[in-house]
Design a protein around this ligand. Structure first.
Ligand code: T5A
Length: 230
């Protein structure tokens, strides 16, 4: 198991996580932000959870196929934790240490919300798994992309086309409403780390909102070059 530390040195990269319900636009926006940071000569990589490293991608396949579901929410949580452990030690911690910004599509808040708040896994287990898998590695900023449930599910369905819904997309509407409320609670509880982005708008507008959040929360300590300005 990893015990990474997050010593905030000037040369360490920044760690930004994207969170939100299904179809909230995380994948779309994370790529746009990476492009903008790289254009500003702030090296940034995009990764995702579950997944992001070879071992974690194998676990992703197991979980999203629904195979973990029959084992119950506790065991499913352990699978997400195992994937995160590999991802942090193989990709995230080394990238941050060499000064690269890491943009991660979902992270610990997904476990807190999906398995904890909604799946009713004991919060003590959730926190214990966090301690073991991420140590002190807290995101510098978490962007919570918030959209009405109907909007997110409609977008996810349109993107999926004729393919079957995955393990979580196929849950009932009430499940997704609970997710949204739980995410908003996480943001209320940790206002310094989390920024709620109204993502019920066109992609350019959402991208501009995200950039404003970075400017307000991160660039005071990691000033971008001129070319990063809107
Ligand atoms: N999970 C994950 C847990 O339960 N516990 C955990 O600890 C972790 C880490 C991962 C699943 O695993 C669960 C949560 C998830 O259910 P996934 O396949 O990685 O599943 O999928 P999601 O993270 O849910 O992401 P989605 O792919 O469903 O949605 P995104 O990334 O939020 O949305 P995106 O950008 O792909 O957009 C969806 C569609 O909408 C369009 C896009 O073009 C795309 O077609 N779109 C917009 N349309 C209109 N206006 C906009 N502003 C738009 N932005 C995007």
């Amino acid at each position: 198991m990893t015990q990474p530390t997050a010593v905030p040195t000037a040369s360490r990269g920044r760690f930004i996580t994207f969170e939100g319900g299904e179809g909230s636009g995380k994948s779309t926006q994370i790529k746009r932000l990476a492009d903008r940071l790289n254009a500003a000569r702030l090296p940034a990589i995009v990764t995702r959870e579950p997944g992001g490293s070879a071992g974690a991608e194998i676990i992703r396949h197991v979980v999203l196929s629904g195979m973990g579901r029959m084992l119950g929410p506790e065991t499913e949580s352990l699978l997400f934790a195992a994937a995160r452990d590999d991802h942090v030690s193989e990709l995230i911690a080394p990238a941050l240490a060499r000064g690269t910004w890491v943009l991660c599509d979902r992270f610990t808040d997904s476990t807190r919300v999906y398995q904890g708040e909604v799946g009713k896994v004991d919060p003590r287990l959730i926190r214990a798994m966090e301690r073991v898998t991420i140590g002190d590695l807290k995101p510098d900023l978490t962007l919570l992309l918030d959209v009405p449930v109907a909007v997110g599910l409609k977008r996810a369905a349109a993107r999926r086309g004729t393919e079957a819904a995955d393990r979580f997309e196929s849950e009932a509407l009430s499940f997704h409403e609970k997710l949204r409320a739980a995410y908003l609670k996480v943001a209320r509880d940790e206002p310094k780390r989390c920024v709620v982005i109204d993502a019920d708008a066109d992609p350019d507008t959402v991208a501009a909102r995200i950039w404003t959040a970075l400017r307000d929360h991160l660039f005071a300590v990691a000033a971008p070059r001129e070319s990063a300005k809107a």
